[in-house]
Design a protein around this ligand. Structure first.
Ligand SMILES: N[C@@H](CCC(=O)N[C@@H](CS)C(=O)NCC(=O)O)C(=O)O
Length: 219
């Protein structure tokens, strides 16, 4: 059986679990211990990041986007990429720009105001908050949400009629971290709000969501 090395709360692990659940692929999830020191983990992924997918013959795939593309190739049903080449590129742009730009904005927004000791986000005292980074990242987060809101105009999913690899990539942020941080839901983003309702109603949502999500502890 496939093995997935991932953390319960990791957004990138969650994204892969969504694709595995959608495609009804069975796997064992392993939470790595001491991954930064354990030489065995470096053999799975020299960059020592999770998630890592281990195939039945022991070969490994790391980088969540690459893992999900592999799953799409090997388990074609249900398709998580539209048929039209431009639409496929559009889905991939949404996924790739999430990893490159949206995730760092959310990370800055979080780290500027919280100390994270999983699973608790401890709110920093006012004099420890990086106010400049907080305000800068808040603007970036909302710019991304405006763009994603527009992508959903007239579409059920980011993949149009197809619940896509981009939808899987956005599940952790839009239904997880941005909700915990109090950014979503927001009446300014009705399409995203409706998308969240549809995503969380999917049976695959429960199967892939963290068992113990982060919680905020006020200062
Ligand atoms: N680009 C990578 C990012 C993976 C990543 O940042 N994983 C986090 C968990 S969410 C991790 O392993 N962090 C621990 C570390 O950086 O040491 C992917 O998409 O898989």
């Amino acid at each position: 059986m496939l093995k997935l090395y991932a953390f319960d709360r990791s957004p990138f692990g969650w994204k892969v679990r969504v694709a595995l659940a959608e495609k009804k692929v069975k796997y064992d999830m392993i939470v790595p211990e001491n991954k930064n020191e354990d030489p065995a983990f470096a053999k799975l992924n020299p960059f020592r990041k999770t998630p890592v997918l281990v195939l039945d013959d022991g070969r490994t795939i790391y980088e969540s986007t690459v893992i999900n593309e592999y799953l799409e190739e090997v388990h074609a049903q249900p398709p998580m990429l539209p048929k039209d080449p431009y639409e496929r590129a559009r889905v991939r742009m949404i996924e790739d720009t999430f990893d490159q730009y949206v995730y760092p904005a959310i990370r800055d927004f979080t780290n500027s105001q919280f100390d994270y000791q999983p699973p608790i986000l401890y709110r920093k005292k006012a004099d420890k908050v990086d106010h400049k980074l907080l305000e800068e990242s808040r603007i970036r987060v909302h710019e991304h949400l405006q763009r994603l809101e527009a992508e959903l105009k007239g579409r059920t999913w980011f993949g149009g009629d197809v619940f896509s690899l981009a939808d899987a990539a956005l599940v952790p942020a839009l239904t997880g971290s941005l909700k915990i941080l109090g950014v979503l839901p927001d009446a300014k983003y009705p399409n995203i709000g409706a998308w969240i309702g549809r995503v969380t109603a999917r049976p695959t949502y429960k199967a892939s969501a963290p068992k113990e999500p982060p919680t905020i502890k006020e200062a």
